[in-house]
Design a protein around this ligand. Structure first.
Ligand code: GRF
Length: 214
């Protein structure tokens, strides 16, 4: 079983998707820690309801980003986690944290990276009149929303979509591909080569439209 730490700041619907996946028979991972930088994050309740240990570290209690990140690392190590999953964790991470967890630190972002990095993604997609958007699970690198892509899902943008409509449609797919990516990594099928992700067993004959991680 791959031991996961999930880092959150809020609602935690992706956390819930991971909790649900881990509860399935044969899923090769378990969540050993949910860490939030906000004491009122709803995701903490989701974790507690599932009997998962939680920790709150308020970034405001620390002098700088480095010391906050070092405290997070210590908690993650204490819990024996092997893979760190960012799930709506709204803090930038220091280079040293990213370096320490290199290729063991993944994020989900609600766009088809490398398009639409950063915040207010859905507003910008709707504003641009893009026909498709989606979501991406990727290994984390020091630059925000950058890093080798593990899984993506494409989602259509409808003409009368508001940013909220689109966000909701994409969120459903986030909940599909995040567990898929975690499963593939936990099964040892994922490796990074020259900053591209290779997934063993994903080049099946009927796999043209399939998500490699799924
Ligand atoms: C998701 O849209 C995720 O892609 C982004 O932050 C949001 C978190 O939502 N990184 P939730 O807390 O998982 O519900």
């Amino acid at each position: 079983m791959m031991k996961l730490a999930v880092l959150i700041s809020g609602r935690g619907s992706n956390l819930q998707a991971l909790i649900n996946a881990c509860a399935e028979d044969g899923f090769p991972a378990e969540i050993v820690l949910v860490l939030s930088n906000k004491a009122d994050a709803y995701g903490l309740e989701r974790a507690q309801n599932a009997g998962i240990p939680t920790t709150v570290l308020n970034h405001k209690d620390f002098d700088d980003r480095e010391s906050f990140d070092a405290a997070m690392s210590a908690k993650i190590e204490e819990a024996d986690a092997e893979l760190v999953c960012l799930a709506g964790f709204m803090r930038l991470l220091s280079d040293s944290f990213v370096r320490q967890w290199r290729d063991r630190l993944i994020n989900i972002h609600p766009s088809l990276l490398p398009a639409y990095k950063g915040l207010h993604v859905h507003e910008r997609v709707v504003e641009d009149g893009a026909r498709f958007s989606g979501c991406t699970v990727h290994f984390v690198r020091p630059a925000m929303d950058e890093g080798p892509i593990i899984a993506q899902a494409v989602v259509p943008v409808l003409q009368d979509d508001t940013a909220d409509d689109l966000a909701a449609r994409i969120l459903e797919q986030e909940h599909v591909i995040y567990p898929q990516a975690v499963r593939a990594i936990s099964e040892g099928r994922v490796r990074v080569s020259a900053e591209r992700v290779l997934i063993e067993g994903s080049d099946l004959p009927d796999g043209a439209m399939r998500n490699p991680a799924g």
